[in-house]
Ligand binder design. Sequence first.
Ligand SMILES: [Zn+2]
Length: 115
Amino acid sequence: MEAAVARGRLEQMLAELEESARVLQRGGGDSGELTSIDQHPADSGTNLADADREEASIEILHAQQERVQEALARVDAGTYGRCVDCGSELPDERLEARPEAARCVNCQQRAEAVR
Ligand SMILES: [Zn+2]
């Protein structure tokens, strides 16, 4: 993939992730949410689950933002499109599906197995 194309896509992704994070952190504009948990401990199950999900989503968004920023750094460094572990070129279809991908499929599987 062309570096300029990759950069454009990554910057677009970053903008969308930032917007999603803003929306999530606003909590959909419902400012009374925390208060209702305190006032109705018996009903707190769903509310807490929602809060947990929200927190998890923000964490996922931040992790994704980091990956996209790292990918942009690789575009700058001229190493974009190469696996950060083994240095082999990533196939275009992988970069089409996941422009922020840092590893080839093999190394990604190995990295995830370690975790
Ligand atoms: Zn690799």
